[in-house]
Design a protein around this ligand. Structure first.
Ligand code: NIG
Ligand code: FE
Length: 389
């Protein structure tokens, strides 16, 4: 197998506790050896073994590729007008999802896939090497199943979100829609997905409906994750913990009991600051969660309604500036945190055996991701050992 040595790395984030004494496992003046699609060696550059090819990082920083554990990328159309109206004072509601449902149903498979690939390329150029994505803009058996089939061609982390909102076709009979989501639609979707998700919120699904949907998904072998406590207080976080969900996502409006429940669980709190930015809403309080001992992940929530950004660096900058995270905590949350939210150990860290997914920054350290917001600092990306951007 071909080996590549990346040498002369000024500052390397490994997320491997074997290095240094912070969770980032920082190594200064480092080198990394890639063999095939995996990391083969990490250490000080003067000890680096020889390799077939050499890449000189010229003193710049290298980080693990970002793990974006929450996105909604199978969609058509956009919601520019809705965004404009919000920025003139209107507030965000789940109702806007219907606009994207109509556009998505009207699109061909080729159009949906081309749009997905466009956003994936955009994300890759900004350092994202692993991403999760969901259905949720089809809301019929056929449209949900095709969204998952298309997503599964591009990632292993595919989530069934038939329970995004009650389909407009069932506006008068939400119970019948829940029956569809837990019955025929689930049967058609489960073979294409790893995860089941539900938007547990006023205007979408209440706690009992969400429990029924997640429980049915689990019975079909899907692992639960929950859109929880985004727009207001509610049962989503407690339900996520009760069902041992890998992640409770958004976590913007939390009681002390919600924070305690997360702290005493294996459920990660995935914070999505692009959504609060684009809906001009209150920021999630990352500091409160971290101080309570909750594991925090940071992701984009990229979707055309509430958070139309594919940029993890942008989310890191927001989290540091407005959510009380340190640059180190935000760096960890966007890589190792995302991996934990997907229950993955082979991504989100640079250690022998992990996938060779890494980003070279045009900066001396990862701190610059927050210190230099909006600047395209990712200058090269390796994914599965191959130079991808
Ligand atoms: O995560 N909260 C629910 N779903 C998306 C928004 C989807 C939309 O507005 O189209 C979210 O923010
Ligand atoms: Fe979302």
């Amino acid at each position: 197998m071909t080996t590549t040595l990346i040498t002369n790395i000024g500052s390397l984030v490994t997320n491997d506790p074997a290095h240094g004494d912070t969770p980032l496992g920082l190594v200064e003046n480092a080198a990394v050896v890639i063999e095939g699609d995996r990391i083969a060696w990490v250490g000080p550059q003067e000890k680096a073994p020889a390799a077939d090819a050499v890449h000189d990082a010229q003193g710049r920083a290298v980080i693990p590729g970002f793990v974006d554990s929450h996105s909604h990328l199978v969609f058509a159309g956009d919601r520019t007008q809705e965004f404009n109206a919000r920025m003139s004072g209107r507030s965000y509601t789940a109702g806007g999802i219907r606009t994207t449902v109509a556009a998505t149903r009207a699109a061909t498979d080729e159009e949906l896939e081309a749009n997905l690939v466009h956003h994936l390329d955009e994300a890759l150029r900004q350092g994202t090497t692993t991403f999760e994505t969901k259905s949720g803009y089809g809301l019929t058996v056929e449209d949900e199943a095709r969204a998952l089939r298309i997503a599964a061609r591009h990632t292993d982390e595919v989530t069934y979100l038939g329970a995004h909102i009650v389909s407009p076709d069932y506006a008068d009979d939400p119970a019948a829609y829940v029956a569809l989501v837990t019955g025929e639609m689930l049967d058609a979707c489960a073979p294409h997905a790893r995860w089941v998700d539900v938007f547990c919120e006023k205007g979408a699904f209440d706690g009992d409906q969400a429990r029924a949907i997640l429980t049915a998904g689990k019975a079909k072998g899907l692992l639960p994750r929950v859109h929880a406590n985004q727009l207001g207080y509610g049962p989503g976080v407690q339900l996520a913990v009760e069902l041992e969900a890998a992640s409770a996502d958004h976590c913007t409006h939390l009681t002390d009991e919600d924070v305690d429940a997360l702290a005493n669980s294996s459920t990660v709190a995935t914070l999505l600051p692009g959504a609060e930015f684009s809906t001009r809403a209150q920021w999630p309080d990352a500091r409160r969660l971290l101080d309570a001992g909750v594991t925090v992940a940071l992701s984009t929530d990229c979707n055309p309604g509430s958070s139309f950004t594919s940029s993890v660096p942008f989310c890191i900058a927001l989290a540091v500036r407005d959510m009380g995270m340190t640059p180190d905590e935000a760096m960890w949350a966007a890589t190792a945190g995302g991996a934990q939210a997907l229950r993955r150990e082979d991504v989100g860290r640079l250690a022998p055996g992990a996938y060779a997914d890494l980003a070279l920054l045009d900066a001396p350290s990862h701190v610059h991701l927050a210190y230099r917001p909006g600047v395209p600092l990712v200058s090269a990306v390796w994914r599965r050992g191959v130079r991808a951007a």
